[in-house]
Design a protein around this ligand. Structure first.
Ligand code: FAD
Ligand code: FES
Length: 317
């Protein structure tokens, strides 16, 4: 029941939940102790999965913010879209470098793991100290799952892929996590990716299979260097079947590069087919600095704060 001593959380469809703050506990723990299920993962303020916003639009991480009476926050998702994560065994089918700085890993699961296009999993590969978070790049309908992994020289994933990984390696997958998933609205949709931030966006685009009902779409795929660019054929194939404009952007590029030269935020000016205004929905994914800059640029063009969805690829192991 609503009370000024309680905390109020409002989901994106207007549904509200009210629960008492527990002394010395976070908002997330207080909500859960009252029997509520909310989106979360790390519970230590790094993955940003539990992010809510206050009335001024400021971010509040529910897992590390102490619960106080009278708090009122908005959640960027619907209650029904949160499912508890499951653990699955998996085996690698194949892996390869798809550009100078990106690996693709394809794997099979012992049992299906339903997810919403755009969500992520925690994968724990052999010999690694801790799981890593990666977004699925495949549509939920595909049995084989696909990850796009940024190559960080010296990083645990790069070392595994360069030195030890082989087909049929067994590992574990836990998920799904995250609230960066495709909303089924009729609004034009803009997708802005930096590097492997393209993975969940490809999952969303591959899930938009019905060209007759899909609203106009535009994707900006940004790369630090033209040599990092990948998935170009997949994007161009999608543009053949969907009402999709593809803008490729590289900060650095030689003469052979046919796309825009500059970062994905500067490339917003290149979008021709959808209006960048209050009627459009945006999905931003990649390095935190890029996501924040794109969000600021889109708010300045009057996109509604509640129609901009982000996933920041923070390092959090
Ligand atoms: C919700 C979520 C979804 C993600 N999805 C993806 C995805 O689909 N594809 C993908 O490539 N990444 C994704 N990431 C980021 C990915 O989980 C981390 O970058 C990954 O754990 C790095 O692991 P590593 O073993 O390569 O490097 P580590 O061995 O963990 O680190 C090696 C070195 O690189 C630095 N480092 C690690 N990650 C980053 C980073 N992101 N930026 C800058 N420096 C870093 C570390 O500080 C360290 O110095 C996601 C992150 C989150 C939170
Ligand atoms: S669950 Fe709160 S930041 Fe990860």
């Amino acid at each position: 029941m609503e009370s000024s001593d309680h905390i109020s959380l409002t989901f994106s469809d207007g549904e509200a939940m009210h629960f008492p703050p527990l002394d010395g506990q976070s908002i997330l723990t207080s909500a859960e102790k009252a029997g509520n299920v909310l989106a979360s993962n790390c519970r230590e303020g790094t993955c940003r999965t539990c992010m809510a916003r206050d009335a001024n639009g400021n971010e509040v991480l529910l897992c590390i913010t102490p619960a106080q009476p009278g708090m009122a926050l908005n959640l960027p998702y619907q209650r029904t879209d949160v499912t508890p994560p499951s653990l699955r065994r998996a085996k690698i089918n194949a892996f390869s470098r798809v550009s100078r700085s990106v690996w693709e890993i394809r794997y099979r699961l012992q049992f299906p793991l339903p997810f919403l296009p755009g969500q992520y999993v925690e994968v724990h590969f052999p010999g690694m100290d801790a799981p890593r978070r990666f977004s699925m790049a495949n549509p939920p309908s595909l049995k084989e799952q696909v990850l796009h992994v940024r190559d960080l020289p010296g990083g645990a994933m790069s070392t595994y892929l360069n030195e030890r990984a082989k087909p049929d390696d067994a590992f574990t997958v836990r998920g799904p996590f995250g609230v960066f998933y495709l909303r089924s609205t009729a609004r034009p949709k803009l997708f802005v990716a930096g590097g492997t931030g393209l993975a969940p966006i490809i999952s969303m685009l591959l899930s938009s299979i019905d060209a007759a009902t899909t609203p106009p779409l535009a994707v900006i795929a940004g790369f630090a260097d033209a040599e990092d660019a990948y998935a170009l054929e997949a994007l161009l194939a999608l543009a053949e079947t969907l009402p999709l404009e593809v803008v490729l952007a590289a900060d650095r590029a030689g003469g052979a590069w046919k796309g825009f030269v500059g970062n994905p935020v500067a490339a917003l000016n290149e979008v021709r087919t959808i209006p960048l205004d209050a009627g459009t929905e945006a999905y931003l994914c990649g390095p935190p600095a890029m996501v924040n800059a794109a969000r600021g640029a889109l708010l300045a063009r009057n996109l509604q704060a509640t129609a901009i969805f982000n996933e920041e690829f923070v390092h959090s192991s």
